[in-house]
Design a protein around this ligand. Structure first.
Ligand code: NAD
Length: 247
């Protein structure tokens, strides 16, 4: 049976990796992203895998846009089985230099954006008594991530908020809708490549598995949480960091 999965921020990086893996495991894919060229490229790749793919240019921080797109997808595809709340953006400012506007924007994308999309898909999932939601948090939510060059406290605050949202919604939406989170560590993507290249030796020395992660490392776990049957896991987060012990 074909399933439909929405992946926010699906144009590149970890989101693109999740789109590939879910498509390989039989899902039709709905991509949501800011960048039209990335949407077009990833859409073509998914279609090459033989799956249907819809692509929407949208900012996850728009509540109305999330609801309009979900209504359109439900009309077109019948139902939404999986939502991967992946879109996110780092913020390199410390507390002394960050502006109110910059803090608000970080929360708006990384936390409020997840609320927007979850709020849009939840009624349909509840009506059908089925659905899987996966949040893209970060190992920073557990560690604080204070020495990371790409993401500091505002981002960490949002990603930790996602873990609270995951637990609360796992209870509220039970027993038929499963809500889990993943917490990636250092994953090589367009966003993080410059930082990783500059500090690769130092970073790898602090990772027990002796390498940085790839989008596929994350996508495998997301697909497990999104598709595995039977499943007795909800309200949890899984860290995917190769056991990073220097932070
Ligand atoms: P990336 O920048 O390579 O990809 C993010 C995608 O999200 C891009 O296609 C971007 O256009 C899209 N996006 C950003 N803001 C958006 C918005 N407002 N609306 C719609 N789309 C938007 O980043 P990535 O490294 O693939 O990160 C993906 C997710 O994983 C993020 O939530 C990030 O915080 C999280 N994460 C990444 C790492 C890492 O090391 N790369 C580690 C932990 C968590």
């Amino acid at each position: 049976m074909s399933r439909t999965a929405i992946i926010t921020g699906g144009g590149r990086g970890i989101g693109r990796g999740c789109a590939h893996e879910l498509a390989r495991q039989g899902c039709d894919i709905v991509l949501v992203d800011l960048i039209p060229e990335d949407l077009a490229n990833t859409r073509a790749e998914i279609e090459q895998l033989g799956r249907k793919c819809l692509a929407f240019e949208a900012d996850v921080s728009s509540f109305d846009r999330a609801h309009d797109i979900v209504a359109e997808v439900e009309t077109d595809c019948g139902a939404i089985d999986v939502l991967v709340n992946n879109a996110g953006k780092s913020n390199t400012s410390g507390i002394a230099e960050i502006t109110e506007e910059s803090f608000d924007r970080t929360i708006e994308i990384n936390l409020k954006g997840v609320f927007n999309w979850t709020h849009a898909v939840a009624p349909g999932m509840l009506a059908r008594n089925a659905g899987r939601i996966v949040m893209m948090s970060s190992v920073n939510a557990h560690t604080g991530g204070v020495t990371s060059a790409v993401s500091r406290f505002a981002y960490t605050t949002a990603k930790a908020g996602l873990l609270g949202m995951t637990r609360a919604l796992a209870k509220e939406l039970a027993p038929h809708i499963y809500v889990n989170a993943v917490c990636p560590g250092v994953i090589e993507t367009e966003r993080s490549n410059d930082m990783i290249r500059a500090r690769k030796d130092e970073l790898v020395r602090g990772i027990s598995l002796g390498r940085t992660g790839t989008p596929a490392d994350v996508a495998n776990v997301v697909a497990f949480l999104a598709l595995s049957e039977p499943c007795f896991i909800t309200g949890q987060d899984i860290t995917i960091d190769g056991f990073q012990w220097v932070i």
